[in-house]
Ligand binder design. Structure first.
Ligand code: SAH
Length: 363
């Protein structure tokens, strides 16, 4: 597989250039794009309107991203979690959640992660590699075919930091929202980031209609730096400035994720400080009790205190909801399934030792 390129990562324009190089008519580019991104075939032989000789040449140079379902877990609430094995043998996680308005897929954007958040299983062994645009698409196609229902919404909240794989994630967004593909509208897509400020500014320039979600998790630097090393590089005040610039540039409201950890970020004082940060922005806060992972010192705030925190925010003029914990009995928290698999198999060798932002403390 190593020498072959992933054809699922190519745009119609890029496919047209390949067709030209192969002496083929340009219209074949769109036909092939349809096969990969609309009819979701995973085999060149299925492209029945293409000349046999062309298919043989494509087969030699390319592969279609078609991950194997290594493990599949289904929760009582309908949430399905997949451990997917990519062409190079690496595993990632993809989750389908069913809501009244349709099916949402939560996709991974990297194999592993180098952001080092203390509560997150995805980052415990660092980052192995970035996913390609077509591989991210294939997570959605694999899930859609498996459940037999159309995917209407996407959240980039699986393994990896989307803004740490900027170019491939931007390409993924254009492939997945293409009218020649599955055509999932940008307004149905949420991108979640731990807060890499320069990349938030870069994203703002694209003026996309997606929802940007910020993993804030703490209202001040003392607590946030302890939970998330990225805060050493881009502290809360800088992050909030970037969020305001993002809202000004795109005209889109941002939402905040706040995972609640008992005795760490769940006090009344935290609620007041948080309200002070985001009041008046029209932004929304999603509260979710932390899902404790092995090797992490954190435990979850109990439901009653989450409610109290929410009520406090509401009384201070901040719109907050408590996230339903879909599929918590199937280790649906970010990276837990892959972690289990790695502990069992221990075949993946991460490149990054330690956290990407650990060194930033000296800066
Ligand atoms: N890297 C991106 C997206 C992936 S994580 C980001 O940081 O936003 C998706 C969300 O789940 C983030 O808000 C992340 O902080 C949160 N998260 C990760 N592990 C968690 C856990 N064990 N319990 C609760 N939330 C968790």
């Amino acid at each position: 597989m190593e020498h072959k390129r992933c054809i699922s990562s190519l745009t119609v324009e890029e496919l047209a250039a390949e067709m030209k190089a192969m002496g083929q008519p340009a219209f074949r580019a769109k036909q092939i794009f349809h096969w990969v991104h609309q009819k979701l075939v995973t085999d060149f032989a299925a492209m029945t309107d293409q000349p046999k000789a062309l298919l043989a040449r494509l087969e030699e140079a390319f592969y279609i991203a078609a991950p194997q379902i290594e493990r599949r877990q289904q929760a009582k609430d309908g949430t399905v979690k997949y451990l997917l094995r990519m062409a190079d043998g690496n595993c990632i996680e993809t989750v389908v959640m069913r809501y009244h308005y349709g099916c949402t897929v939560c996709v991974s954007t990297q194999v592993g992660c180098r952001m080092g958040c203390r509560f997150c299983a995805s980052t415990q062994a660092g980052r192995v590699r970035d996913l390609e645009a077509g591989e991210i698409c294939s997570e959605i196609y694999t899930a859609q075919k498996d459940i037999g229902e159309r995917i209407s919404h996407i959240v980039l909240m699986g393994i990896g930091e989307p803004l740490d794989n900027f170019d491939q994630v931007m390409k993924f967004l254009s492939l997945i929202s293409s009218p020649d593909g599955v055509n999932i509208g940008m307004r149905n897509i949420s991108l979640s980031t731990c807060g890499i400020v320069p990349q938030i500014d870069r994203l703002a320039q694209r003026k996309l209609q997606l929802t940007l979600s910020i993993s804030l998790h703490a209202p001040n630097d003392a607590i946030r730096s302890q939970m998330m090393p990225v805060n050493n590089a881009y502290p809360v005040a800088q992050l909030m400035d970037a969020v305001r610039r993002y809202q000004d540039t795109t005209g889109r409201r941002v939402s905040f994720e706040y995972s609640m950890v008992r005795g760490v970020n769940d006090s009344d004082a935290c609620a007041r400080q948080l309200a002070g940060l985001i009041r008046g922005m029209g932004a929304h806060v999603n509260l979710i009790p932390i899902n404790p992972v092995d090797g992490s010192p954190y435990s979850a705030t109990d439901a009653e205190n989450v409610r109290r925190f929410q009520a406090k925010l509401t009384s201070l003029g901040v719109n907050a909801t408590v996230r339903r914990r879909l599929g918590s009995e199937i280790s649906a928290a970010c990276g837990q399934l892959r972690r289990e698999e790695m502990v069992q198999a221990q075949h993946t060798q991460p490149d990054g030792k330690g956290d990407a932002y650990e060194t930033c403390r000296e800066n």
